[in-house]
Design a protein around this ligand. Structure first.
Ligand code: ZN
Ligand code: ZN
Length: 399
């Protein structure tokens, strides 16, 4: 039994949808402590190898004793504490389920799903600009948990796509740093300042970028009403106070199956590009995807059954590109029946000249199959079987 840490002299109420990392940044700033020190004295890094650096897994989950220690030190309820982690979405969004397993050295480790942004986050500069009340104007708004879910690409309140880079140094926001880097050890940075450490021209020492990521300025790229509608639907699917079923392929399915189907189709549209170009809801979105996916490295990586392929399964950080992929996948799931989806799948499978059953996407489908909806399973199975029949009886000849 570990001893509980002493309660802190002051604490903070978490803001709606606030992430653990955002909460640590705001509370540390309020107490004039470095975030690393706050993590240490609240016991949040119990069981982590490096006691004073927030681990890569922190945004996702913490061990039960670490959460209990943190709740005690910050005087939050266990429910408030649990809600700060991405694992709070696990029943609806399977990628947020914390999974353990051996790492490549055989040691126990937390495994991360590619459908979580663990290494950096998207953000809305206007939401960060001010939280509620006096504390909010001093500490800024919350770094939201949902910004780390690739399916959240827009701020519906400010009607804008989320950003993902610091406008000054062009590095991903709140980028994870390996142990030893000082970005978590300073008290000089506001919770909404960029913490990337840079070596500036001519300077002997590295210093933080420190650009303000919060800005109450309207966006330059508009987000369409249709995309905002899709975003609201996805946010509602993530919300535990809303129905846990969603309409897909003419049936009501569990939200968790919908998200798995959406992820699989997003990846298929990406690797098969431009075969699904005509499925993209608008010409503007199709042009966005063309610009992003016609990058020859994207295509080459996607076709390889290698580690690069895993990297390419990772959804794009860039919100508008990711949104276009999701909108296309969602429109496929909006078809009236598995049979209709099957017809479209056959066309997309044509991207790979191996038999579809041997293509990289099919291997991923087999892994995710148990988490798919019944309609999706039917559609894929039917599309693959047609191909097998064609291989046997068609005129194309065997391979
Ligand atoms: Zn916003
Ligand atoms: Zn920066």
């Amino acid at each position: 039994m570990t001893t509980l840490p002493r309660p802190l002299p002051r604490s903070l109420d978490p803001l709606p949808d606030e992430s653990i990392i955002g909460y640590v940044l705001r509370l540390a700033h309020r107490l004039n402590l470095s975030p690393a020190r706050l993590v240490e004295i609240t016991g949040l890094n119990a069981r982590q190898r490096t006691a004073s650096i927030p681990g890569l897994s922190l945004a996702v989950h913490a061990a039960p004793d670490a959460r209990a220690a943190f709740a005690h030190a910050t005087r939050l309820s266990p429910g408030e504490t649990d809600a700060l982690f991405l694992s709070a979405f696990a029943d609806r969004y399977p990628a947020a389920h914390p999974r353990g397993g051996p790492n490549r050295w055989g040691n126990p480790a937390t495994l991360f799903d590619r459908w979580l942004f663990t290494r950096s986050t998207r953000y809305c500069p206007q939401c960060l600009a001010a939280g509620p009340g006096r504390v909010g104007s001093e500490l800024g708004g919350p770094w939201r948990r949902t910004w780390r879910l690739p399916v959240v690409f827009a701020c519906t309140r400010h009607r804008r796509y989320l950003d993902h880079l610091c406008p000054a140094c062009q590095q991903p926001a709140l980028q994870y740093s390996p142990p030893g880097q000082p970005r978590w050890r300073t008290t000089a940075l506001h919770p909404t300042q960029c913490r990337i450490i840079l070596r500036r021209d001519g300077a002997a020492q590295r210093t933080a970028c420190a650009a303000r990521l919060a800005a109450d300025i309207a966006p330059t790229i508009p987000v369409s009403a249709a995309m905002l509608k899709l975003q609201r639907r996805l946010l509602s699917a993530l919300n535990y106070e809303r129905p846990s079923q969603i309409r897909e392929l003419g049936q009501e399915v569990a939200v968790r199956h919908y998200f798995t189907d959406l992820q699989l189709l997003t990846y298929l549209i990406r690797v098969s590009w431009p075969h699904g170009r005509d499925l993209v809801p608008t010409a503007d979105l199709a042009a966005d995807l063309d610009a992003h996916l016609s990058d020859p490295t994207e295509h080459r990586h996607a076709m390889n059954g290698s580690r690069d392929q895993i990297a390419r399964e990772t959804p794009p950080l860039e919100a508008s590109v990711c949104a276009a992929l999701l909108a296309t996948a969602d429109s496929l799931l909006g078809l009236g029946s598995p049979r209709e989806l099957s017809t479209e799948l056959r066309r997309l499978f044509a991207h790979d000249d191996r038999r579809p059953g041997n293509a990289a996407w099919s291997w991923i489908f087999r892994t995710d199959r148990p988490d798919c909806s019944e309609g999706m399973r039917q559609a894929v199975t039917s599309a693959l079987q047609t191909d097998v029949r064609e291989q046997h009886f068609g005129s194309a000849g065997g391979r």
